[in-house]
Design a protein around this ligand. Sequence first.
Ligand code: ADP
Length: 475
Amino acid sequence: RHALGSLGKSRAKFISAEETTGVSFNDFAGQDYIKGELQEIVRILRNDEDFQDKGIYCPKGVLLHGPPGTGKTLLAKAIAGEAGLPFFAASGTDFVEMFVGVAASRVKDLFANARSFAPSIIFIDEIDAIGSKRGGPDIGGGGAEREQGLLQILTEMDGFKVSTAQVLVIGATNRLDILDPALLRKGRFDKIIRVGLPSKDGRLAILKVHARNKLFSSEENKEALLQEIAELTEDFTGAELQNILNEAGILTARKDMDYIGREELLEALKRQKGTFETGQEDSTEIPEELKLRLAYREAAVAILACYLPDTHRPFIETNIKSIRSQPNMHYAETPGRVFSRKIDYVNSIVRTCAPRVIEEEMFGIDNLCWISSKATLEASKLAELLILQTGMTAFGKAYYRKLGDLVPNLASKLDALREEYLRYAVEKCFSILREYHSAVETITDILLEKGEIQAEEIWDIFEKAPRFPQPSVRP
Ligand code: ADP
């Protein structure tokens, strides 16, 4: 076994190699079932006797999927650290270059290196960059390259025998839906684990991990403060929670204080949110007009969520207790795989337009304000995703990672198509909100009066409200 330092510098510069990561499962908090599953793999890798001669084999590939910042890289490192194996990491984007053959030869290098140190771990972050669905004409140019790289990964994974010295390949992605199904077949990435946003208890556990090296005035004080932060950070990722503690540490040091206090933590939280937040439960400080706009926005989002329900994300409640540039609607976390059809993508664009459309409808186009501006951006992004990366529109039967992949005359075609989808989405959204105008008003009134409204009541209003049918909107 040679030293890792002997990796050829020039050829392997896109690979990062570590003798061992030193990361353990204790560094990852929340979602304990994930650790449970991975612990089993670590025991097999370590040749634990419970598993020997029982015909239990280690999977060749583990795919971790979930939003960025949820700890996928951390988990991959923890597997390597716990098993005490060398860790080879690369990113899918590193493989994709415009030169023919580069992707495939990089994949070969990566696997050859890992194999010479087997047993070892390979980690490929953003594997979707190279492993997205194939097919269709290669207009952009990068497609053939990607395909070569992907085929090489498949060849390498099919190549190693299960019983001999193990190379475990761990992939990470936040776009499971666009991965080539060939990658997910038996004997490849056949262990798929979702790493989701942490629950409240999970957030508290993560905060505790990152508070280990921070000073608080007392254990009780620390416990109470972290509890409070955990409650205020729904939808935050582990990476964001870590940032809050780091930021609070910096603020504390700047004030020349010894212990992190409530004020610093709340200030750090506010910065992390990057938005103006009023005191959570207290909506009295929000100016009346802004409150009205917020209430209309949330009501419109609610009506759209009823009219075009997303079965994978049932909504729970909304409120006007905080001002953010995104809607306050809360959704349930649903486990398992999501299958999105083209119509689901289109509907999500329509839903996303709601804040902008209602504000224009109620306050006029010259009176728009920032609380709806994110909607336009989001809707454009979704349309771009649909057109560029799903291969489901007339424009693309190919996959493009980003606009830069496109040759110039295609970019203008993309623009035209995006405009077309947005036009439809905005018109459709107007039509729905006009049809359900009375329900929008009812929900707005309730929000202004009580500050919040639950899903059950929203559905009830939606179903019973008088409707004002509109002319149909053509795609
Ligand atoms: P991903 O690979 O999913 O984008 P990372 O593993 O890079 O996320 O997460 C970035 C950092 O955020 C980690 O190094 C870790 O410090 C912190 N973090 C994220 N999730 C968790 C978690 N569940 N427990 C502890 N720390 C976490």
